[in-house]
Design a binder for this molecule. Structure first.
Ligand SMILES: C[S@@+](CC[C@H](N)C(=O)[O-])C[C@H]1O[C@@H](n2cnc3c(N)ncnc32)[C@H](O)[C@@H]1O
Length: 354
């Protein structure tokens, strides 16, 4: 055995990272359980003992006691040792129970926990180079993704992303035709439809179960007169006179994003606009080696890269493509103008014009 000389400080640093990650891996399931069983929402009512929370949620006190301790250790819940009661601070309640708020966290864990179930298939795909389609994942990925992304759309889409596009807010107010391509369960489509009552919207996605859910949710939201959903691929969706085509966090998932760009151009009016929302990324790997990049590169390895490899061409941009590669795909598809119009710590927003 070779005895290496180790830097004790560097080893301790790595072990510190490990302890956090080891706990976080288990913690994902704890958050999903707390969300699913209404434990966070019930706890938001005020300080409780494990028994009181169990009674309110019709759950077993022994399980709830263990779960609460895990939550307090992870600082998702506050523990008052002298009273033996647990509670949510206003910030914890906001982030863990307000599904319509801008920072709702449980959806992200629902998506992550669903994605890691694909590990055996993805590990196999590393050896063969084959893809794993979006539709092949555990169904919680579809609901988790919607619940993870929707808060960011609710916080930014209407107030900053659409207003940043040239002339689009005015067109939507007057009455425009919009295609939301790769719309998933249609959260972005519904938000736009509710904000712009004179405009009409069509959501397209190749994944039939997501389209079924999107249509049902639009019916329930009372916008189905102006909103419809159709199963269609990004290179094949119908229509030639859209004022706006929007792609929310899906261009990089496609096998042939340049082919999709060519199709978008054909489907737009001559003065139309293409809005592309992508995960935040810098152009160089070295500049993405941070906590957000880590989450996105890992999600990309499990979800986005195999999804693209499962389709024709299989360009596999990955979730951390960055502006330069997205621009290459968009201009390669025939668009003459391309610019970054907005960004958040998690998203880049681009506008392309014919
Ligand atoms: C990460 S999800 C984003 C869903 C939705 N836009 C949102 O923001 O919640 C990516 C979506 O792209 C869709 N997709 C992937 N490849 C596609 C293709 N070639 N044509 C149409 N949709 C596609 C998937 O079915 C999935 O719904």
């Amino acid at each position: 055995m070779v005895i290496l000389s180790l830097d004790e400080n560097k080893l301790q640093e790595l072990l510190g990272t490990f302890v956090n990650d080891f706990g976080a891996t288990f913690h994902a399931a704890m958050v999903v359980i707390g969300d699913k069983l209404g434990l966070y929402k019930a706890l938001a009512a005020g300080p409780m003992t494990p028994g009181e929370l169990a009674e309110r949620t019709s759950t077993s006190e022994r399980y709830v006691r263990e779960w609460l301790a895990s939550q307090a250790a992870g600082r998702y819940v506050t523990y008052d040792a002298s009273a033996g009661r647990y509670s949510l601070s206003p910030e914890q309640a906001f982030a863990l129970t307000d599904e319509n708020g801008p920072v709702f966290l449980p959806g992200a864990f629902e998506a992550a926990l669903a994605a890691v179930k694909a590990e055996p298939r993805v590990a196999e795909a590393f050896k063969t180079g084959e893809g794993v389609g979006w539709h092949e994942h555990d169904p919680s990925l579809f609901s988790g993704t919607e619940r993870f992304f929707r808060p960011a759309y609710a916080a930014n889409l209407l107030s900053s992303w659409i207003p940043a596009l040239e002339g689009i807010d005015a067109k939507l107010k007057e009455g425009a035709l919009v295609a939301d391509v790769g719309c998933g369960r249609g959260a972005s489509t519904r938000l736009m439809a509710q904000a712009y009552p004179k405009s009409s919207f069509v959501g397209f996605d190749y994944h039939a179960p997501s389209i079924g859910h999107a249509q049902k949710a639009a019916d329930e939201a009372g916008v189905s007169e102006r909103v419809r959903f159709e199963v269609a691929k990004a290179k094949e969706y119908p229509g030639r006179d859209y004022d706006l085509v929007a792609f929310f966090d899906c261009l990089h998932d496609m096998g042939d994003p340049q082919g999709a760009a060519e199709h978008v151009k054909k489907s737009l009016k001559s003065d139309g606009s293409w809005m592309i929302v992508e995960p935040f990324a810098n152009d160089d790997v070295a500049d993405n080696l941070n906590p957000v990049g880590r989450a996105f590169y890992s999600a990309s390895t499990l979800i986005c890269t195999p999804a693209s490899l499962s389709q024709e061409v299989g360009l596999a941009l990955g979730a951390q493509a960055g502006e330069a590669r997205i621009k290459k795909v968009v201009t390669g598809g025939g668009f003459s103008r391309f610019r970054r119009v907005a960004q958040t710590p998690f998203n880049l927003v681009f506008e392309a014009r014919p």
